[in-house]
Each structure stands twice: as C-alpha cells, then as structure tokens.
Design a protein around this ligand. Structure first.
Ligand SMILES: [Zn+2]
Ligand SMILES: [Zn+2]
Length: 818
C-alpha cells in the first residue's frame, strides 16, 4: 500500500492535504476517509495515493494519519472526479468544496452540533443592548462584539447548527466554548435525532375572542394566527417581531396550544392528467424525438438545442426520449429549475417510469437525499429527475442529459462552488460521450448563439400542439394611462374591461405582478427617507396580513412603523403595490370573483402550490394572482386572459441580462394563455413600451429579440462575446471592504494583463447586503484561459495579503451582477 494519500477537504483552501496511510488501511481514490484537521475530524475524498514525502517534511516529522476509511469502494468514479476537478478549475472553487456539493451524503457521518440561547443568554443580550453596561470586563471589545453577534443570531431562532451559526457570525469555536461555559448558550449533538424526527411544532389558536384583553404583542400573535386559519408553525411566529416569552404566556393562559406534527413530503397530490402519450405526436415532435434518438445511438457526445414555443409539447418529447434510453438499459438525467413548482412534471414522470425514476427535490431531508443517491448508484433508478445538483447523480452508462428551461437562473448556484448546472451538464456529457439536450421556449443568448455557430444542433418546435394559436398580445402604455386618468393606476381600464368580459364568460384569468408583499416602500413625507433594512441597503416591504415589515434580501423582520425612524414624523406612507395588495384591489373591483394568490407568502410547501393549481384546473377559481411562480410551465386549459401588471421593473436595473430576463419572463407568462380550446389574449401593461424586449415579446419574435440583443452584447463585450467574471469584496467593516478593494485595484493596475478589461473597484449595485459592505470588479475577456489565469493570480495575491478567502467571491459566468 502507498505510504501517503492526498485528501480533498471541504475547506476554503485551494489544495489537497497529505496524510499518512496506516499499514492496516486501504483507502481508494474517490472514496471517503476520516482525517484530523486542525481541532476537528473531517471527512474528505481521496484524490491521490503515492510515496512522495510531503514538501518541507522529512520522514522524522510525524505526518498526521488517516483515522478511518469510510468507503470500501469509491463514491466518486473517475468521470465524476474528473468533472469535479474541471469545476474547481473553471469556477476557481476549492476542489474539496466541489466534491462536497457533488455528494449528498453529509447525513451519513457528519456530527451535527446545534446551539440554543439560554435564559442567561437572553439576559446578557438584554444588558448588552442597554447603554452604560460596559462594566469592568476582562473581555476585549472584539470578544464582546463576537459574543453579541452569536446571542443576537440565536435569539432569532429556536436552534442553529454550528456551520450556519459560525458562517453567519464568523466567530471562532473558542468563543462558542467560552459562551457554553458561561451557560449563555447550550450545545447539543443532534446528529441522529435530527433527520429521523422531522417534526414541526405547530401553534393552534383555541380562543380568538379574548383579543381585547391582550397587550400589543399578544394581540399580534393572536391576530396573525387568526388570519392564517388558526394554525401556523411556531417557526413562522418566531419571525414576528415579538418577544419569545409572549407565546409561552398565551399557552399558559389557554389561548394557544402547541403540538408536534410530522413534517411530511407526500407524493404529488396533483390530479393525474391524461397520459402524456395519449395524444398523437405532431410531425415536429416526431422529428425531434428521432433526431435525439439518433444522437444517443451514435454513442458519442452530441449537443442539441430544442427550441419550442410555449405549449409545443417539449415535456412529451423529453419523456419519450428518456423512455427509449431506459428501454436500451441505459440511463438518463432530466434537470428542471424547481420541481416543487412543476408538480405536473413529477406526476408525469411517476406515471411513465414508476419506481425506476428517482426524483431529487428540495423537500427531501439529508437522509432521504442520501438514500436516493444510493438507490441511483445501485442502478435501481436509472432515470433521475431533479434540480441543479441532480447533474451529479451517480448513474452508470449515462446516455442522455436533458436541461429543461435551460435559460433559468436557478441553475446557477449562488454559493461556492458557483457552478452553472447547464454548463456542467454539457461538460459531463462531453466527458462521458453522452448526449445533452437543452430545451426552452426562450433559450439563453449563449445557447442560441452556440446553436447558430453549429456547436449544437438546433431542433425547432415552431407550433403549439394541435395547431393552437399563440395568444394575441396587446400593450398598454401606463404613462399614457396616467395622463388620461390623472392618477397612477395599478390596473388599466383596458385590462379591467377584459377581466370583466372573461368573468362573464366564465373563463379564467392569470395576473402577474413580480413583487410580493403589500407595499414595497415606506416613505416619510416629512423628510423623504424610506425605511431601510438595518442589514442591507434596500427598502423593507410591508406585509399587511402578517403585520410586519420584511427585508426580501436577508429576511430581517421589523414592526410596522407608526412614525418615521429618522425624524419622528407621523406622516409615513406606504407606497407601491405588491401581489398582496393587488389581490385586495381585485377583490374590491370584482367582488363576485373567486381569487387565489401564488407567491412565496401564500405557498409554504408544495401542497399549497398544488392546491391552488388544482383549484384553477377544476374551475374553483376565476382568477389567479402571483409572482413569476405562476409563469413556470403550468398547463391550465381554462385560462384565456393573462394580464401582466408589472414585469418590466427589471429593465431599470444595472444588469446586462435585464433585457433578456424580461423578454423571457414576458414570453413565459404570455405562454400560459390559450392552452385549451379557446384562444388566449395577453394584456401587457408597461412603462417601457418602446423597449425592444417588450416589443419583441409582444410579437412572439424570438429571433428578432435575439439579433438585437446580440448587437448590444457585441458592442459591450458581454457574453456570448467573451467571458466575464465578477469579483466581490465584502466585509462587515466598511474600512476593510474599502482597503481590500483598493489594494486589489492597485494590484490589477500594476499587473500586466493583455486582452482583459478590469472595471472597478466600484460599489456593488446593492452596496450593503446581510451586514456586509460590498465592492466589486468586473473582468471581461475574449480569452477565458487568460481571465482565469489572472483570477488565480489575484487569489494568490489576496492570500499573500491575508485577505480571508471567504471575503473575496469570484463568480465566473455570473448570472447576476447585483
Ligand atoms: Zn422622516
Ligand atoms: Zn436585509
């Protein structure tokens, strides 16, 4: 056996670590081992076995030894190891963190340590919040601040796992140890208990009539419960800005009862539709299936872009191709943006593949995820469907990977490793000689460009199934509406009239407003200031039903202000309209109509979502209001009118993908109309009526939009014309963020880097987020190799300057520049 093994650990360091192999152990490349690392034991992946004595060590210096070999056979085969290395290299991510992302097995061996705040801790937090409490203390101010951050974090939740707690507070373990000794916080090993239990605590309202005798906090809780039908998870109530003791008081007084309920993720309750294969395939569908089948039969890499208009039956094509692959005894992976939001797809998959499909969705616990992973690896499930990380499913003899809605930004992971699942899918197919199919009604600029350059074969589904027409789109200019009616309108006269017409004909309506909550801005008329989140440089949103203000970026919750926080004036106004307010407005305009709402506030689980869709399907609703959730591939046949209230807000954002994203959203939502027997219509209200994204979407003109947008990208050297990267420098301390970004700015200036443009440092569009001040650089280059070389050199420079790796975020091929 070799003397040493190199192990990739999930730590933010771009290297593997060498350990000695004890004679009795036989680690394998691609298998997991348990090793000592600093004060911890960690599991990592063996990446090399060798007899080279590590640099700077002699045989006399003791090299740490492996503690335990965890797997008798590799968990990552050669292909997946190679894919992981490619990701680490391409996205400049530590390879150990990449492997951790690829393996959903954390539940198997990781010890989960959780922390809770104690009563003493609450007291300490209370005292720290009062002025003049800086009594004699042996602790340094930094230490006190660190402790305060921990208490503050824990006070807001029932418990927190160690990685989350330390990630959020950036506090060393030693500080936590000290706090445990002082009994401010309690530590608990919850490894095994956690996943088995999966219990939620639910508060049930027993008596709402006593509300008058309650104080303000108590009333808030009771009213919130009453407004939510009398029961809510305790976790949700904790989100309200009332002391934790209030709930306890109400329980003692017998007004509220607490119970434990199992958290269940049941199989889809969506009513089965007709079988996906009951209808006759159209000619273009048949052609698409045979083209994909031929590519699979060739047993070498092939890429296809399936561009099909909304309602053209792409899903049926996917299912047919996957079924063929399965019949040949090979494997297929289907990636979808968010399977919880497309229950119909899950229902179809079960119907066609039964037990042979493994569905990986966000509702699975870690243990369930690990179980699915083993099923796939044993070959029991050879068809895998899931979100982003399903691209790493350990199937053997992979024949086909399909990426549905390939333009969707949820394929990009917004934490390390910042990979894009579509691009990883293409690379995996290349490495294993499989076929990749990218499907979309609105392909990304990059993919369509690649198809035009013949890197992918282009397959088109130009018509809707059964030759149903695409909906007619009418644009309503909201500036003109304002001039003619003399006031700001949410629903134009035209849209109101169309809605009324549909309601009379017993047809259904969908309305998109891509902004949740009641009012997005609270403005003081006296001093002009708005209510900002204390952690982020963004406005807080008013949520009326839940009696709270919420930051949509960090989740911070605050009371509804009665006065301005800046000047004390009572003239505070709630400005603007979110989906909650829109629903209220529609109720007053159309009192007879049955209206449902779909957004992250009304949808707490998949069941709520399916419930609303079923209601619409069965005709129990006349109207459905919602955020972009309603735009995703739902197939509701009764909807004949789609109204777009506000979907073009993004056009005002400083992001080069704003036009593309708006075009895609408008096309998607328009595609919900007229999928049944009656033709559909779309009313598109906009303040940007001359913008080409709006104009082309209204004409269903994908190629027109694509050509125009491509010109802009070429002028600005944005993708697909060259690569870009976003480098973000962040710190809770403004001066640190400024110093670091200044130092790196000077370093970039000094370094010769031909063929790469470096823009910045500049304040990021959201200058402060989750307590961090943020500065960024944007790198653009026609040569990805050169750009990555410069980024690598920059990371070496930040390490030399002792700038923590976690505070420098490198995002290659970013989808957001915010
Ligand atoms: Zn004010
Ligand atoms: Zn915030």
């Amino acid at each position: 056996m070799p003397l040493f093994c190199d192990v990739a650990l999930a730590v933010p360091l771009d290297m593997a670590f060498t350990y000695a192999v004890p004679p009795e152990m036989e680690p394998l490349i691609g298998a997991r081992v348990l090793v000592p690392f600093r004060q911890h034991r960690m599991s990592g992946i063996v990446v090399d076995l060798h007899d080279r004595v590590p640099q700077g060590k002699t045989k006399d210096v003791k090299i740490k030894r492996i503690i335990e070999v965890l797997d008798a056979s590799p968990v990552l085969d050669d292909h997946l190891l190679k894919l992981g290395r490619w990701i680490a290299n391409y996205y400049l991510a530590p390879v150990g963190e990449v492997f951790r992302t690829m393996l959903p097995l954390s539940a198997e061996f990781k010890r989960a340590i959780s922390y809770r705040i104690t009563d003493q801790g609450h007291m300490a937090l209370h005292l720290a919040g009062m002025s003049g409490s800086s009594v004699r203390s042996k602790r340094t101010p930094e230490q006190q601040l660190a402790e305060f951050r921990v208490l503050d974090y824990l006070a807001e939740r029932d418990e927190a796992l160690e990685p989350g707690l330390r990630g959020a507070t950036r506090v060393p373990r030693s500080v936590l140890d000290g706090m445990v000794r002082k009994k401010w916080i309690a530590r608990e090993d919850v490894s095994a208990a956690r996943d088995a239990a999966r219990i939620v605590k639910v508060a049930i309202l027993l008596d709402a009539t006593a509300a008058k005798k309650l104080n303000e906090n108590q009333r808030t809780l009771v009213e919130t419960l009453a407004a939510s039908g009398g029961r809510l998870p305790v976790e949700t109530l904790r989100g309200l800005d009332v002391p934790r003791t209030t709930l306890g008081t109400l329980v003692r007084r017998g007004l509220i009862e607490l119970t434990d309920e199992p958290l269940e993720f049941t199989a889809s309750k969506l009513k089965p539709r007709r079988s996906p294969f009951e209808f006759e395939f159209s000619k273009p569908q048949k052609e698409a299936i045979s083209k994909i089948g031929a590519a699979v039969a060739a047993r070498k890499f092939g890429g296809l872009l399936l561009h099909g208009v909304t309602g053209s039956g792409k899903t049926a094509v996917y299912l047919a191709c996957m079924r063929d692959v399965l019949e040949q005894g090979r494997s297929a992976i289907l990636l979808v943006p968010e399977i919880g939001l497309t229950p119909a797809v899950a229902a179809d998959l079960y119907q066609v593949f039964g037990d042979e499909v493994a569905i990986l969705h966000s509702g699975l616990s870690n243990a369930e995820r690990a179980e699915q992973w083993h099923r796939i690896r044993r070959g029991e499930a050879r068809v895998v469907a899931g979100t982003r990380s399903a691209v790493f499913a350990p199937v053997s003899d992979l024949a086909l990977i399909i990426v549905d809605e390939e333009q969707d930004s949820s394929y990009k992971q917004e934490e390390t490793p910042r990979y894009h699942a579509r691009d990883v899918a293409v690379m995996r197919a290349k490495m294993t000689g499989a076929v990749v199919v990218l499907g979309s009604a609105t392909p990304s600029l990059e993919s369509y460009y690649n198809a035009k350059k013949n890197k992918y074969a282009l397959v088109e589904l130009p018509d809707r199934v059964e030759k149903r027409p695409l909906p007619e789109v009418e644009i309503v200019d909201m500036r003109q509406e304002f001039q003619e009616t003399g006031q700001e309108q949410v629903i134009s006269r035209k849209l109101a009239e169309e809605i009324r017409e549909r309601l009379e004909k017993k047809e259904q309506v969908m309305l998109l407003l891509n902004r949740r909550g009641y009012s997005p801005v609270v403005l003081c008329r006296a001093c002009g200031k708005t209510l900002q989140c204390p952690n982020c440089a963004v406005s807080m949103t008013h949520h009326k039903r839940e009696h709270k203000m919420e930051c949509h970026y960090c989740g911070h919750i605050a009371r509804i202000p009665e006065k301005c926080a800046h000047c004390g004036s009572e003239y505070v106004y709630f400005v603007g309209t979110g989906s909650e307010k829109l629903e209220e407005l529609l109720h007053s305009m159309f009192p007879q109509a049955r209206i449902g709402r779909l957004d992250r506030d009304t949808v707490r689980g998949r069941e709520d979502f399916e419930h609303a869709l079923n209601a619409l399907n069965e005709g129990a609703l006349d109207m459905l209001v919602g955020t972009q959730m309603i735009a995703k591939g739902h197939d509701i046949h009764g909807v004949t009118l789609v109204g777009v209230i506000g979907a073009d807000m993004a056009l005002g954002l400083p992001d080069f993908r704003a036009a593309e994203r708006t075009f895609q959203l408008l096309t998607q939502v328009a595609g919900r109309a007229g999928r049944g027997q009656s033709p559909g219509k779309v009313i598109l209200q906009t303040y940007f009526q001359d913008h080409y994204a709006v104009q082309f979407a209204a004409r269903h003109d994908f190629t027109g939009f694509y050509e125009k947008e491509l010109q802009f990208r070429a002028w600005m050297h944005y993708p697909p014309y060259g690569a870009i990267a976003n480098v973000l420098i962040r710190s809770e301390k403004l001066d640190e963020a400024l110093t670091w970004s200044g130092e790196l700015g000077r370093w970039f200036e000094k370094t010769r880097h031909e063929g790469i443009r470096v823009l910045g440092p500049a304040a990021a569009p959201i200058t402060r987020l989750k307590r961090d001040y943020r500065y960024h650089f944007i790198l653009k280059s026609p040569s990805r190799e050169k750009m990555n070389a410069l980024l690598r050199a920059m990371l070496a420079e930040t390490a030399a300057r002792k700038i923590p790796r976690t505070q420098v975020i490198v995002d290659v091929d970013p989808v957001w520049l915010m």
